[in-house]
Design a protein around this ligand. Structure first.
Ligand code: ATR
Length: 270
């Protein structure tokens, strides 16, 4: 049986073993997938041990995505532009680093939620690791513009500058967001973790499709969007399922179906 795992800290809350178990059953692939709490500062030895016992691949979550990037022997273009790795395939003892975060988001938006991104104005709140991970896959969909707004304006400007070769990306401070609607707003800040919504112009949400990368409960961003005229407000559960499906495909060469699983998980969450 081929061995897979997910390393993180904390890790108890992860749905990934359940999701990969479902994918394995559906595709008739004989695999095991376990969650492992790796101590901060000892991630590398956990990875080396997993390679030694013949592990085939693993996922990486907070706080090890940058370390996984540094440990990778080779990187896919999505991992390189994200500057972070959430999926590793082990081939002949070598670590091939990939990033499926943004691929998962785009798949959820375009396939499950039937949003067209082409020629749309997309506002992203935040300019940290999460934003870096989703920018390239979003730009590949050829939106009209991506507006990057961040509390620390210089970080938004730097990130916009780094991605300017891939499409039209403009950096701003949060306070510069205009009271004018955009098509899509994506919350990629970690503000929801602190139970807060950044204080931004409310008119920007009027008629917008609003997506929070976080999942699990209604976030302050989702409440703000619903209260300010958003046409649809969605959390990041679909992104999680789709990024796991993309990891599964990267390892096993077969893309699992996600629709039934996503409906079942949504029912549990509601
Ligand atoms: P992640 O990997 O989740 O993106 P990160 O790299 O630490 O984590 O980035 C967190 C992002 O959330 C940053 O854009 C941060 O803004 P700053 O760059 O100004 O720190 C943003 N953020 C966190 N808390 C916030 C808050 N209360 N209001 C607005 N933005 C916030």
């Amino acid at each position: 049986m081929d061995k897979y795992t997910i390393f993180g800290n904390p890790i108890h809350h992860t749905l990934s073993p359940k999701i990969h178990g479902y994918f394995a059953e559906q595709t008739n692939h004989l695999i095991s997938y376990e969650k492992v709490l790796a101590p901060r500062g000892d991630f590398e030895s956990y990875v080396r041990d997993f390679v030694t016992i013949g592990g085939k691949g693993f996922n990486v979550t907070v706080p090890f995505k940058i370390e996984a990037y540094d440990l990778s022997d080779k990187l896919t273009s999505h991992a390189r532009t994200a500057g972070a790795v959430n999926t590793i395939k082990i081939e002949d003892g070598q670590l091939l680093g990939h990033n499926t975060d943004g691929i998962g988001l785009v798949s959820d938006l375009c396939n499950n939620l039937e949003q067209t991104l082409k020629n749309k104005d997309i506002l992203i709140l935040g300019a940290g690791g999460a934003t870096k991970g989703i920018l390239l896959p979003l730009l590949e969909q050829k939106p009209a513009r991506i507006l990057l707004a961040n509390r620390t304006k210089s970080k938004a400007l730097d990130l916009a500058n780094n991605f300017s070769n891939f499409g039209k990306v403009c950096g701003f401070g949060l306070e510069q967001i205009k009271d004018k609607p955009v098509d899509i707003i994506i919350n990629a800040t970690s503000a929801s973790l602190d139970g807060v919504m950044p204080d931004i112009s409310s008119g920007v949400a009027n008629g917008a499709f609003c997506y929070d990368l976080m999942y699990g409960k209604k976030t302050p961003f989702m409440n703000w969007a619903s209260n300010n005229g958003a046409t649809r407000v969605v959390d990041g559960l679909g992104m999680l399922v789709e990024q796991d499906a993309s990891s599964f495909e990267f390892w096993r060469g077969e893309k699992p179906e996600t629709i039934d699983l996503l409906s079942a998980l949504k029912e549990i969450a509601d």
